[in-house]
Design a protein around this ligand. Structure first.
Ligand code: BES
Ligand code: MN
Ligand code: ZN
Length: 492
């Protein structure tokens, strides 16, 4: 399906008119009714413009028009959700050509609309063999026209390009996240990154197991020990062309392609969901790709320690002590607290070899952050108030919410070890997301602009796509919005 902008009034195919719920809704509907050649009373009786409400009406010349409710005061995420739901629900009934009338809105609505429309085509049936042919609207023949005013055109054009770039990358990340361990392992992530780097012009380096041993990434290696598939460290570096001294942002993402818990094995009830334990990796790799596509004037290094956390005779055992890349020793109290252990090496490698101006890690790190914040915000940890403010602003803009939790030093007590430099688990069922963050802080080497985002509740969640939790693509839009903020701040 092809999306184009149009500033002419002649529209073809069915028409969608988004409607915001305001005090003047009745008046809006009178105008709409006049435009469509319908009775105002009909529209007013059946349509309240609640979010996701749909009213289909036929005009005198049999043109079909959908009024699509946006609720009151819609933000980018509301546009996205409303359009995604509409297209997901209606896709099999849609004709090959469709227009959306956006002339009443500012160009900024475009991004949510495009991400929503594209998202509506996603399906989880990756491995079904009797798949019906897809809907005609989403086939190559499909055409979507976004009707905008001439004043909106420039903003709309940029928003369209950005949204297309993000949704195309995000969809691949959804597929990687939703893929089970039978269909992905650390090498799958490495292969994807190598191909992406070649396509979009950024450098990818893969450290294989032998190289990890040579360079002593002992923490990452210890987690992978019980698995048949070897670990890798993925390094993706995007350097913008023609920019003197661009800001350097380091992103580190947890890439556990399956988390059984290891010897401290998880109970089976929801273990199958642990194919999603690479949500941080998806956010980081996706962000580097989008940044390269959009040619953002910023230097980005993405590092992903990737491994499976399995259990066999060679597995790390509770009580084992391992030496991380930084030289610090870790007492592994619980092998299911593996994310922080591999991130110790991801962060350590980043800090020692790249010295970024800003360092952000993302990880599906703790069940405890879900206990604290549920499925509505990622836990954000940082000692840097400016960074916290910027990430919060990017989160509010995109609707990928974050909420700050403390990093007070009293929590450091929880991970003091009797025998090693620190231990990976407090042994107490309290403040688990915070003690995990305190653990990571040690390996950020007191970086002045480090933030950790615990995205355990956000990366994999309930969606309209299926009955089980599935991938959300969380983090890419947030990080791209943040990076764009960094860019505009440097220009000031
Ligand atoms: N990958 C899990 C965290 C997780 C839980 C992500 C639920 C998404 C949904 C992580 O590796 C883990 O197992 N954490 C343990 C840590 C504990 C043993 C200290 C947890 O949260 O229970
Ligand atoms: Mn675990
Ligand atoms: Zn995990």
């Amino acid at each position: 399906m092809n999306i184009t902008l149009n500033t002419q009034t002649a529209l073809t195919g069915d028409l969608i008119i988004p409607v915001v719920q305001t005090d003047t809704l009745a008046g809006q509907l009178v105008n709409l009714a006049r435009k469509l050649g319908l009775s105002a009373a009909v529209l007013q009786r059946d349509f309240d413009a609640d979010a996701k409400e749909v009213l289909a009406v036929y005009g005198p010349n049999e043109q079909k028009t959908y009024l699509l409710g946006l609720g009151a005061n819609p933000q980018e995420m509301d546009w996205l959700r409303v359009f995604r739901k509409f297209f997901f629900d209606q896709k099999s009934k849609l004709p090959v050509q469709l227009s959306i009338d956006l002339t009443a809105f500012d160009g900024n609505a475009i991004e949510g609309v495009v991400l929503g429309v594209r998202g509506g085509d996603y399906d989880l049936k990756l491995y079904q063999t009797d798949k019906a042919e897809g809907p005609v609207f989403f086939s190559d023949a499909g055409k979507l026209t976004l009707q905008v005013t001439t004043e909106q055109q420039t903003v709309a054009h940029e928003a369209l390009i950005r949204a297309e770039a993000i949704s195309q990358t995000q969809r691949q990340m959804l597929d990687l996240m939703n893929a089970p361990a039978s269909h992905k392992n650390p090498q799958t992530l490495a292969d994807w990154t190598v191909a992406s780097g070649a396509q979009y012009g950024y450098t990818v380096t893969i450290l294989d197991k032998a190289e990890l041993e040579r360079q002593k990434l002992g923490a990452l290696l210890s987690v992978s020990q019980g698995s048949d598939v070897p670990p890798v460290l993925i390094i993706a570096e995007y350097i913008p062309e023609g920019i003197d001294n661009p800001r350097k942002v380091g992103l580190v993402g947890k890439g556990v392609t399956f988390d059984t818990g290891g010897v401290s094995i998880k109970s089976s009830a929801s273990m199958h969901l642990m194919k999603s334990d690479m949500g941080g990796a998806a956010a980081v790799l996706g962000t580097v790709e989008v940044a390269a596509k959009l040619k953002l004037p910023i230097h980005i290094i993405g590092i992903v320690p990737a491994t499976e956390n399995s259990t066999d005779g060679r597995s790390t055992k509770p009580g084992d002590v391992v030496t991380a890349y930084s030289g610090k020793t870790i007492e592994v109290i619980d092998t299911d607290a593996e994310g922080r252990v591999i991130l110790a090496d991801g962060l350590g490698y980043m800090v020692r070899n790249y010295q970024p101006d800003v360092l952000i890690d993302l990880a599906t790190l703790t069940g405890n952050v879900i206990a604290a914040l549920g499925y509505h915000a990622a836990g954000m940890f940082t000692q840097n108030d400016d960074l916290a403010a910027q990430l919060t602003q990017a989160a509010n803009q995109t609707g990928e919410h974050v909420w700050r939790l403390p990093l007070w030093d009293v929590y450091r007590e929880d991970i003091k070890s009797d025998v090693a430099d620190l231990k990976n688990y407090s042994g107490k069922p309290i403040a688990g997301a915070i003690s995990a963050a305190k653990f990571l802080e040690v390996f950020s080497e007191k970086h002045p602009a480090w933030a950790h985002l615990d995205i355990a509740g956000m990366a994999f969640a309930d969606t309209e796509f299926g009955s089980q939790k599935n991938a959300t693509g969380f983090g890419i839009r947030l990080l791209i919005a943040y990076l764009q903020m960094v860019v505009s701040k440097t220009r000031e």
